[in-house]
Design a protein around this ligand. Structure first.
Ligand code: T3D
Length: 258
């Protein structure tokens, strides 16, 4: 039997979704499906008034499990994104209940898109945010190219993407990427305290507020997801992507040809 990759806990109106996969909480299809199922439960269950999404261990999530899709032929990046991260990101944004990311450590790649899709971010002081894609010859997907500049500004987003420099917790706070930074050991309690406070608010008005924020600030979300996926189909077929993945697996810096 496959090990569970996501755990949930419900208390005082707060559904906590915990990413828990031995390999850096990296997403494979099973973990994406399990995360989506948890968000679908949150949408369908009136007792859930707020969601906390966090990770087990020292890494929130390393994004796509790089080893999962290697060697799959034929493989379409576009189709894969449409079946996995697009619905997950859209379900988080369309859920008319606040979602708090409790960022317990490193976050990279598609997982960054998932964290950015959350409404609020509470981070441990050990958290760091890495765009990640260019290191393996890919382009930002999972709405990172939309949400990151929307939150921290175009210049900072471009720097984080092009240089693949991690944004450390305190910098993330200064840039508005996270709402709070707390000591690592206080993260779970802080995220729960926020969740309980929000859960006591007027659920209907909170939901309508999220709808208004989506309408006001993210009107092109679906279109950007589609555009990113089309670009990923191009980048994913490149020799630079093959080299980036091989270099990651070999634990050496990549040498790009293009
Ligand atoms: O359709 C499509 O598939 C396209 C969609 C793409 C979506 C994406 O998410 S692409 C981007 C994928 N993610 C990355 O490129 C991030 C790669 N990882 C990292 O940058 C770093 O690992 C972290 C910043 C996340 C954490 O760094 P650190 O130093 O704390 O940990 P580490 O030593 O690098 O990683 C710990 C282990 O996890 C290590 O394995 P080992 O040596 O202990 O056996 C490492 O290989 C493994 N790991 C980390 N990231 C991934 C991974 N294994 C598989 N997939 C990963 N993404």
């Amino acid at each position: 039997m496959a090990a569970e990759t996501v755990q949930t806990d419900f208390s005082e109106g707060v559904l906590t979704i915990i990413l828990d996969r031995s390999k850096a909480n990296a997403f494979n299809r099973e973990m994406i499906a399990a995360t989506r199922a948890a968000f679908q439960f949150a949408a369908s269950e009136d007792r859930v008034r707020c969601v906390v999404l966090t990770g087990r261990g020292r890494i929130f999530s390393a994004g796509q499990d790089i080893t999962e899709v290697q060697g799959e032929t034929p493989f379409s990046f576009q189709a894969h994104l449409e079946q996995t991260y697009h619905p997950l990101v859209l379900e988080i944004r369309r859920l008319e209940k606040p979602v708090i990311a409790g960022v317990n450590g490193a976050v990279a790649g598609a997982a960054l898109g998932v964290v950015l899709a959350c409404d609020l971010r509470v981070a441990a002081d050990t958290a760091r945010f890495t765009v990640g894609f260019l290191r393996i010859g890919l382009v930002p997907d999972s709405a990172v190219s939309y949400l990151l500049p929307a939150i921290i500004g175009l210049g900072r987003a471009a720097e984080a993407a092009y240089l693949n420099q991690p944004i450390e917790a305190e910098e993330a706070l200064a840039w508005g990427l996270v709402n709070r930074v707390v000591p690592e050991e206080a993260l779970a309690a802080e995220a729960q305290a926020w969740g309980r406070k929000i859960a006591q608010g007027p659920a209907g008005a909170l939901g309508l507020t999220k709808r208004a924020l989506n309408f006001a600030t993210l009107p092109r979300l679906e279109a950007v997801l589609d555009y990113e996926a089309a670009l990923q189909e191009i980048a994913g077929r490149s020799a630079d992507h093959q080299e980036g993945v091989q270099a990651f697996l070999d634990k050496r810096p990549p040498v790009f040809a293009q």
